[in-house]
Ligand binder design. Sequence first.
Ligand SMILES: Cc1cc2nc3c(=O)[nH]c(=O)nc-3n(C[C@H](O)[C@H](O)[C@H](O)COP(=O)(O)O)c2cc1C
Length: 344
Amino acid sequence: MDFLGFQLRNNLFVAPMAGVTDRPFRQLCKKLGAGLAVSEMVTSNSLLYGSAKTRRRADHQGEVDPVSVQIAGADPVMMAQAAKYNADNGAQIIDINMGCPAKKICNVMAGSALMQNEPLVARILCAVVAAVPDTPVTLKIRTGWNRDHRNAPGIARIAEESGIRAIAIHGRTRADQYMGLAEYDTIAMVKSQVKIPVIANGDIDSPQKARFVLDYTGADGVMIGRAAQGRPWLFREIEHFLNTGDMMAPPQVAEIHRILRDHLADLYAFYGEETGVRIARKHISWYTKGLAGAAHFRHAMNQMPGIDQQLAATDEFFLGHAAANECLQHEHRSDEHVEEMRAA
Ligand SMILES: Cc1cc2nc3c(=O)[nH]c(=O)nc-3n(C[C@H](O)[C@H](O)[C@H](O)COP(=O)(O)O)c2cc1C
């Protein structure tokens, strides 16, 4: 797919997720079939440029092109500076976050709260586009700020007029947070009203759902967040289904074990032992969600402070599953819940 002058292997996008879509996870998703992965957001507060966290977020070494970096904030001048800073430091696409309901962001009227103030949206978008004339700027929004104010079509038109090159829409309002189900009618409406590429997002968790959302909205691509946590191979499964109409066989336990092992090695190398082990815990939990014995394993694994113990426990868990079955056998959620309650 041609996207803003970049040749992507497909139209499947990894959603930006703070604390999740770090460089190791983005690289893994791209290796396993994603066309593009938007990085975690980088604050527009320039005072934080020097912090280790911000520096790590801006580290794109070895990343598959194009590198898309998300920025968030409500001040047009600071947003323009943040865009320029990131473009100067390797970002090939700048993505503006107006889709995040997080308190930390919205208290300062950024993220999805901005959608309430269309004149300010226009000023921010124009300032950012002007600050990085050689770098395409994209925008991520929700459908509106509540169900009575689904103004995504208006914002999308402002975006197009401001020089934004593509728009991703999460099919929920800000007030919805993550409750209920995403709706795709507003996304379809936006798609019918603008010429720039539209990427549909929200609750896409299977190849069939991706096909449905693409057909229903007419969107140019789909963006996937939570469903890829602990399941980065979802992208190749969707890619295969969209190309052939056939479902790919699920990965075998041995392959999942290998993928997770590589992922952990990347996390340790990227963050160092202490932070790496901590960040790895949540990924290991996602990879093992719903599997027999997972709650007990996670409880024990969360107490382990070092790389060696974490790896040994992970190996033991997966080798046990591989010996029992070629493919992973998921327990019903209620079974897992009971097990979790027992372990607590
Ligand atoms: C843990 C987490 C962190 C997120 N962080 C961001 C973020 O930094 N910027 C953003 O635009 N959206 C963020 N989102 C929203 C996702 O990009 C996406 O729009 C949302 O999860 C819906 O897609 P999904 O149903 O495929 O997960 C975050 C979501 C989650 C679950």
